[in-house]
Structures are given as C-alpha cells and as structure tokens.
Design a protein around this ligand. Structure first.
Ligand SMILES: Nc1ncnc2c1ncn2[C@@H]1O[C@H](COP(=O)(O)OP(=O)(O)OP(=O)(O)O)[C@@H](O)[C@H]1O
Length: 522
C-alpha cells in the first residue's frame, strides 16, 4: 500500500555474471495420475542466485512439478540434475539432504512447539539427545544475521500468520537450503510483510547464490522481484523468458492461450430494503483471546456486498464460523430475514443462506468423496422439485455435476474423481459453484479468490457481482484489501474482533485509511 522501496543494488540479471551452470535442472519431467498426464515433458533450469517465477493457471501442473523435484512424487519420465549431476530423490528427506527446501501454502510447523524447537527438530539429522543450550546459541547467532524477526521461545500456535510464514522461511535458511521453492508465500502476509519477505529473499539469493523458485498468481511479484519466468499450461511448457523482456499481457497470454476472460458485470443500482442479515452485540469465542469477536452492529441488505476487511487473526474466521454454524454465538442477536438464526443445515436451506468458508477442502468438502458428490451436498436429499427423497438419484447428481463443472470451468479428470485430487483453485471453484446454485438470499464468502489464478479471480468476482445484482445479500470476508474495495458497497474493518471503521467501497474508498484501521490505528 505504501510506496515500494528501491530494489537491492544488484541488477536483475546479475546471476548471468556468475557460473552459467544451473544449480538445478528438471529435465523432461512427466507425471501421470492414472490415464491423466498432469505434467508432460517439462524442463526448467535454475541459475545460482536467480529468482525464478513459475506461473500457470490453477491445475496447470505447478505443484506437481515441484513435488516431482522435491521427492513427493516419482516422475514417470525425466530427471533432476543438481550441480550438473543427475540425482535420485526418492523422498522429501532426500531433497532436504541435497539442500532443496520448500515453503508451502499451508504451514508445516508443529503448533505446540516453540520456534526454537521447530527449527532444531526440522534438521535432516536430529541427534538422539539434543543439547538445547548449544542449539539455542547457534540459532540465536543465526537469527542475529537475519532481518526477519520471530520470537524463539513462543509456541508456534501463538504466532500470527505472518510470523509463521517467516518462521517457515527462516527454517529453510537455517537448514541451509540452496534451492528454495516458495508456493504462494505472500498469500497470508499483509502488503508490508510481503514486501519485507520478498525483498529479503531476493537480496539473500543475490548474496549467497541460493536459487528461488516462486510459485505465484500475482504478476506484481513477478515484475518486481523475479529475473526469469517459466509458464505452464495444461501440464506443458507454455513459454519462458527474462521478466525484463516480457509484459504482464505477454505472461497472461502464455498462461491462458487465446481464451478470453470474463468481464465483471457493472454494479446495478440497489433498492432500499430491510436487511437480510442483522447482527447486534454479537459475541463469540473467549473474550479477550485471539479470534474472539464482539460486534456491535452489522447489517447486509439485499443487493449489496458488505466487505469485512482485516488482517488474518482478527476475528474473521470466528465470524464466518458463527454464520456457517460451526461455532455457537455466545451472546447477542443474529437474525436472517428478520428472524433469529442458528445456522443449522435445515435453517440454512429454508432461509437460502449459502457459505463459502476459508480452506474449502477442509471446511466445506469431504476430500475422498467425488467431485459429483461434493457438488450435491446441498441437493442430494431432495428431488428437482424440492421434495425429500430417500434413495440417491446418482444419474441426476452426475448430470448436475457435469453442468456445474462446465459452467464454472472446474478442471477435473471426471466428476467421479475424489475432490482432494483437484488443484486448490479448482476446489474453490467447485464449492462456489455449489453454493451459488438456486436462489440465495444471503451468501457468506471468506477469501473467495485465495490461491486462484487471474482468470479464475475474474470469473469468481463476476459471479459475486452477478449474485449481488440479482438481489442476494453478500457478506465478503477477505484479507485481500484490493478485492474488498473493488467489490464492496460498504466496508467494515475488523480489528481484534471489533468493528473499528465503516466506509464506502469502490473508487471512493481510501485504502490507506482502511489499512491504518486494519493495523488498529483509528
Ligand atoms: N494426486 C493426484 N491424483 C490425481 N490427479 C492429480 C493429483 N495431484 C494433482 N492432480 C491433477 O494434476 C493437475 C495439476 O495439478 P497441480 O496441483 O499441479 O496444479 P497447480 O498448477 O499447482 O494448481 P493451483 O494453482 O490450483 O495450485 C490437476 O488437474 C490436478 O487435478
């Protein structure tokens, strides 16, 4: 949000001055899942000291590629070459021993252990008896050299999302990773934290010769931090080059080919009407603890999008859990359509309330069940006319699933595939497809575009605006401030569980004022 500071002195292609032999090459990697080829003859080379972006739409094969390199999957063809020599990487442990590290989108730290314990225990070889005094001294000395700060003795579950992400990165540096793969590392960071982390890693790569492979959906991160880019489309190489020689449009075209993108419908004028959702003095969670909420007053009317802006951990999750029936409210008023609401499945059905929670694979799907079954969660127990049925109508379920898969461009091998085998972005599309079916009076969405490629972001924002224009009341809870501003009619800022600011959305919103309120400065 603030003006971006200058990049480190070294020019982007400084790595060309160094040895031209790549640290790491993945050559002709192919990976099949049954009859489906997720990765087809992909080659990528990382030079010492370079920051290399890996781009591709959801399901393009980015995670599969890095999982093949890091020993999570065994490729069906191709080789991984390290310092000019082919290496066998049978497991993630082998990768770690070779100095190949990864920072995932989800956290891999042990929540109950301290930062110190996590970093020491992550070592490739942990002695049977740990000399904690020596380990602490060594780690403290290492931390002294790091501009990223996290407290060593605090349990990881007490850290903010940003601190956890920094701990994951510090862990990899402490382990001495020479190649670092970052899977959308900034998705849980505030704009300032993202800037801090990427600037630091960029400088570190230039200084030490470490190569960084950055998986991202944000073009601004590519143009600002990366030297080169490789693009995948449908599992195949779709282009590569120096970032300095490419425009954002060039990279976008490589990703999507000739396809055209959805255009967001214009915001229709709204008509004054009584609110669909009404909260008064709503409390949930243990007062005074992280994540607890105490919301004085919040209303969402038909045909409006109300955005809840806030840094992760300020009560958004609890709010969505209360509205989706996962956490009970401890006091106050929660009404939908003018009546008290407890968010049971029957009530949600009757009042036409739909919800897209955070982490939909965990919170809104059963991973081992098929895409078709997951898409039918709302409808499997009644027929097309809405009457209850006793026997599952599998034919209708499959037909409906095929319709939704096409309408929402969900990439799946078949409606019968377990939903857990879909890429993250495609799970998100599938759940949104399910939740937007039929008439919806209230739609609660949490971080709807998290992890989505730019084409999917355009599709989903268009769907949300269309739902609003049809008269649905939409509560949009998002950590992406740009998204909240672009979509919302009104914005509320949540800080430590309370609404600390209300303002208009759209072009008249002041992102700096909202950003200050998000940080508690009002
Ligand atoms: N274990 C698996 N079994 C079957 N299919 C899989 C498996 N893992 C991945 N796939 C399929 O392989 C394709 C590539 O998935 P991958 O996760 O590599 O995509 P991605 O580019 O990382 O996407 P995203 O940006 O959404 O994370 C997808 O169509 C996915 O459904």
């Amino acid at each position: 949000m603030s003006a971006l500071p200058a990049l480190p002195d070294e020019p982007p292609d400084a790595m060309e001055m160094r040895s031209s032999r790549p640290i790491l090459e993945a050559v002709g990697l192919t990976k099949r899942f049954g009859a489906f080829t997720a990765l087809d003859d992909v080659t990528i080379a990382l030079q010492p000291g370079e920051f290399h972006a890996l781009l591709g739409e959801n399901g393009a094969g980015k995670s599969t590629l890095v999982k093949c390199i890091l020993g999570y999957y065994q490729p069906d063809a191709g080789a991984v070459v390290l310092d000019g020599r082919e290496v066998a990487i049978a497991s993630p442990r082998d990768a770690r021993r070779l100095g190949l590290g990864m920072v995932y989108q989800h956290f891999t730290l042990v929540p109950a252990m301290s930062v110190l314990e996590n970093l020491v225990m992550a070592g490739a070889t942990v002695p049977r008896v740990v000399d904690w005094r020596t380990e602490r001294r060594r780690l403290a000395a290492f931390m002294e050299t790091m501009p990223l700060r996290v407290p060593l003795d605090v349990a990881v579950d007490r850290l903010s999302a940003g601190e956890r992400q920094k701990t994951e990165i510090l862990k990899q540096l402490y382990l001495g990773s020479r190649v670092l793969v970052l899977d959308e590392p900034t998705s849980v960071l505030t704009p300032n934290e993202a800037e801090e982390v990427l600037s630091f890693l960029r400088a570190r790569a230039s200084e030490t010769g470490m190569a960084v492979l950055l998986i991202t959906h944000k073009f601004s991160e590519v143009t600002r931090f990366c030297d080169r880019v490789s693009v995948l489309r449908k599992g195949r190489p779709a282009g590569a080059g120096k970032v300095a020689d490419l425009t954002v449009e060039d990279m976008a075209r490589m990703m999507i080919g000739e396809r055209e993108l959805a255009e967001a419908p214009a915001r229709a004028a709204s008509v004054a009407a009584p609110p669909v959702l009404r909260l008064r003095k709503l409390a949930a969670g243990h007062a005074g603890t992280r994540g607890a909420i105490a919301i004085d007053h919040l209303e969402v009317a038909p045909g409006e999008i109300v955005g809840i802006a806030g840094i992760s951990g300020n009560g958004q999750t609890t709010l969505v859990e209360v509205l989706s029936g996962q956490t009970p409210a401890e006091g106050g008023v929660l009404e939908v359509g003018g009546e008290p609401y407890r968010a049971s499945r029957a009530e949600a059905q009757a009042r036409k309330v739909r919800c897209l929670p955070e982490e939909p694979l965990r919170n809104a799907c059963v991973g081992r069940m098929s895409v078709s079954e997951n898409l039918a969660f709302r409808t499997f127990d009644h027929n097309a006319a809405g009457a209850p049925i006793r026997l599952l109508d599998r034919k209708r379920m499959r037909g409906e699933a095929e319709r939704l898969i096409t309408a929402y461009s969900v990439k799946t091998q078949s409606p019968a595939s377990p939903i857990a085998t879909l890429s993250g972005g495609n799970v998100q599309r599938a759940v949104l497809a399910r939740e937007l079916q039929g008439e919806t009076d209230l739609l609660v969405v949490a971080n709807p575009c998290f992890g989505l490629d730019f084409g999917a972001v355009a599709d989903i924002r268009a769907q949300l605006m269309a739902a609003r224009n049809r008269g649905t009341a939409v509560l949009l809870v998002s950590e992406d401030l740009d998204e909240v501003i672009a979509l919302s009619d009104r914005i509320f800022v949540l800080f430590e569980g309370r609404i600390v600011m209300e303002t208009r959305g759209g072009a008249s919103a002041d992102p700096f004022a909202i950003g200050r309120a998000m940080a508690g400065h009002v």
